[in-house]
Design a protein around this ligand. Structure first.
Ligand SMILES: [Zn+2]
Length: 323
């Protein structure tokens, strides 16, 4: 794919006519004092694609976010029809994305190592951004009473029809979801996609019972892979990723929403490293390092190194609504 340079800031002349744009203040502290960090292209090859986007850092609080950005009502135009997280489990058998979290966290089905789980027994679970429903299905099979929520109408309908699981369309707040009606809310690689992440976390707080758990996994921009690959880093995924967290800013946002953070840990993603390396090579950057990391054993080894260094390109937080 040949990418054409700027506008880093999309304009009416250059953007797709069906997309509306907005500038935003900081999604965490609400201030409007930000400095440019980098500009990077949309990595998804779409007709008329190749647009570049800017990531800025809020000077008062340090949060990184995409600005300007497509509005909430038009950003779906940047999601291709076969967007990988929206694929159903049956279509992902060969894909490691089918088991993005549990395999890496626990290495085997979670009921075999229940002692490591932040909850003792099955309960009511809401998966925010449930995509193709792989996690929902796994938890339903283990006795959980699951509800999915996803902005994609097509993905939600498919999960309902093909897996027989309850999925709502939209975001938080949602009129069908009642306060104090869940024991666990999960957000696997979804919080970075929303326009108002702090509001979503506050809504999750309302939905949880006192003592209920919130589990979030999201890319970590304070990672070695980001420092190596910059605009080609897989975790950027502009403009679909609107907020780019570090362990510190993720923890701050979770606590601002009222939660108590109990655990923050890194997650290894050798496949993310390979994707970043591939993208870097396509963009003519990264040299021999990028070529080496496209080799699976090398990517797995280096992903381990990033994990040990505490600078993996994905992280997970477990928080609790105080009793
Ligand atoms: Zn801020």
């Amino acid at each position: 794919m040949i990418l054409h340079r700027p506008p880093a800031i999309p304009t009416a002349e250059t953007s797709r006519p069906s997309v509306a744009w907005e500038e935003t203040a900081c999604p965490l502290c609400g201030r409007d004092e930000a400095a440019l960090v980098l500009e990077a292209p949309d990595p998804v090859p779409v007709p008329g694609g190749g647009l570049w986007f800017a990531v800025v850092r809020c000077k008062p609080c340090g949060l990184l976010y995409t600005n300007p950005r497509p509005t909430a009502s038009t950003i779906h135009r940047f999601y291709p029809a076969d967007y990988r997280p929206h694929r159903r489990p049956g279509k992902m058998q060969q894909s490691r994305a089918a088991r993005p979290i549990w395999g890496r966290l626990f290495g085997r089905p979670c009921n075999e190592r229940r002692g490591e789980l932040p909850w003792p027994k099955p309960g009511r679970l809401l998966d925010f951004g449930c995509g193709g429903g792989a996690f929902l299905k796994r938890m339903a099979d283990r006795g959980w009473q699951v509800t999915g929520l996803d902005a994609s109408v097509g993905a939600g309908r498919a999960v309902q029809e093909e897996l027989g699981l309850k999925v709502l369309t939209g975001t938080l707040p949602h009129s069908d979801l009642l306060p104090c009606s869940f024991d666990v809310v999960t957000m696997w690689q979804s919080l970075e996609h929303v326009h108002r992440p702090l509001s979503v976390l506050r809504q999750a707080y309302q939905l949880l019972v006192p003592g209920g758990k919130l589990i979030i996994a999201t890319p970590n921009i304070e990672s070695l892979p980001y420092s190596w690959f910059g605009p080609a880093w897989f975790g950027l995924d502009l403009p679909r990723h609107l907020t780019h967290f570090t362990p510190k800013t993720l923890g701050t946002m979770i606590e601002t929403a009222g939660f108590r953070v109990g655990m923050m840990r890194m997650i290894r993603h050798g496949d993310w490293l390979r994707s970043s390396a591939r993208l870097a090579s396509q963009q003519g950057r990264g040299g021999a390092w990028a070529r080496l990391l496209q080799w699976k054993p090398a990517a797995k080894t280096i992903a381990w190194g990033c994990y040990v260094a505490g600078m993996s390109d994905c992280m997970m937080a477990v928080a609790e609504r105080p009793s």
